[in-house]
Design a protein. Structure first.
Length: 207
């Protein structure tokens, strides 16, 4: 789930003065609502919700060029105090633009792609809307499904893209929803699993 970034925002004036490539052509926003916020630990580097990165090092702001690894993941090399380090773009986007779960577990917190990298080889996989933080024990579950639906009070089903959306609808906690979905289903029909607990009714489609 996306959040309002808390780091410094790059001014629209500097975004408009940003250049691309060796020909230094003007940068064109990917979408009109694109905004750039500072990456923690890198005061002069800013990232948008669409995964584009601008550096303000030097006289003119400029776009940094990422690279795609054999795995399909997009990487970027950032420099600080003369030391270079490789980062994955999706992790930088999530760090600035995505909310973390409303509960804590003694497990690593990872960044999950809703649409898989290998199945969707496009820049959209690194959009903030396609990313979410998830604890390691639940990552495998999310990778094993294609969709989740919740049942409305009217009895109809609604597709949801994130666990927090389910928790908000049922006035529950995110942790409880994860516990329900990673437990035993009430029943199955082919690749569809049904889960129920009190007023919570969920339907999950397996890959």
């Amino acid at each position: 789930m996306m959040k309002q970034p808390v780091t410094k925002k790059l001014s629209e004036k500097k975004v408009k003065s940003t250049v691309v490539g060796t020909e230094k052509s003007p940068y064109q926003k990917l979408f009109p609502d694109e905004q750039f916020y500072q990456i923690p630990r890198y005061p002069q580097i800013f990232i948008s919700q669409y995964g584009n990165i601008i550096s303000t090092c030097g006289k003119v702001p400029h776009v940094l060029s990422p690279f795609v690894e054999e795995s399909g993941y997009t990487g970027i090399v950032l420099s600080k105090h003369g030391k270079k380090k490789k980062h994955y773009v999706h992790r930088l986007v999530a760090e600035v633009w995505c909310k973390k779960p409303d509960f804590t577990l003694d497990y690593p917190l990872q960044v999950h792609h809703k649409r898989k990298v290998r199945q969707n080889p496009s820049i959209a996989v690194n959009f903030a809307t396609n990313l979410e933080y998830v604890y390691l024990p639940y990552h495998k579950f999310l990778d094993s499904i294609t969709s989740i639906q919740l049942q409305r009070k009217s009895g109809t089903w609604k597709y949801v893209s994130e666990i927090p959306e389910i928790a908000e609808y049922y006035k529950s906690s995110e942790q409880q929803i994860y516990q329900i979905l990673t437990g035993q289903p009430q029943w199955t029909e082919g690749k569809t699993r049904y889960y129920e607990l009190n007023n919570i009714h969920l339907k999950v489609r397996e890959r």
